[in-house]
Design a protein around this ligand. Sequence first.
Ligand SMILES: C[S@@+](CC[C@H](N)C(=O)[O-])C[C@H]1O[C@@H](n2cnc3c(N)ncnc32)[C@H](O)[C@@H]1O
Length: 192
Amino acid sequence: MSDKKHGHVHHSKSTRDILNARNILKHAGLESGDKFLDAGCGDGFISFAASEIVKPDGEVYAVDVYPESIKTVEEEIAKLDIKNIKAEVADITEKIPLEDELIDLCVMANVLHGFVENGEVDPVMREITRVVKQGGAFGVVEFKKIEGPPGPPFKVRLAPQDVEDILAQYGWQVTKTAEVGEYHYLTLGIKK
Ligand SMILES: C[S@@+](CC[C@H](N)C(=O)[O-])C[C@H]1O[C@@H](n2cnc3c(N)ncnc32)[C@H](O)[C@@H]1O
């Protein structure tokens, strides 16, 4: 996907083949009844796994700037007759279309390194910090800082320490970094 507004070319390609969404959500502590945000959802494979875990009372919000991704998610929602996922086109460097302190857990998978490269971390972190409730969690999933493929070029990959520093800078308490697959790690922060 080529995105004129954002210098970095984000890949709309899914990592569903190399990442186990349920494993990520288990590490991030998602529970039944939670309100979950998939920030930069791509084809929504994490949202669909989350939908199973949060039901019957929880809600999943899947947002992506790329209309084709949201169309794909909406088609799958319709096909599977899912009632608890809301998918919406949104540029999270500008506004996440959710009220303050709504979300129990936000996961952002394979997206943060692009914002770092584009110098867009600040507006994104402000928005995520706004929509997650106090005591809620933010899980960042990134490719390990090793040579690919698969994944983005080595120079744009983030080390766990880079992610931990970003979370800490915005007032999050980093609780863990764990391996979540052959190529990925998850860093989890709690909103103080
Ligand atoms: C590498 S894909 C990852 C998709 C999915 N999270 C996954 O792990 O398969 C990066 C996603 O971030 C989305 N994205 C990039 N910039 C964004 C922005 N400013 N607001 C919302 N989504 C964005 C892209 O459209 C793309 O779907």
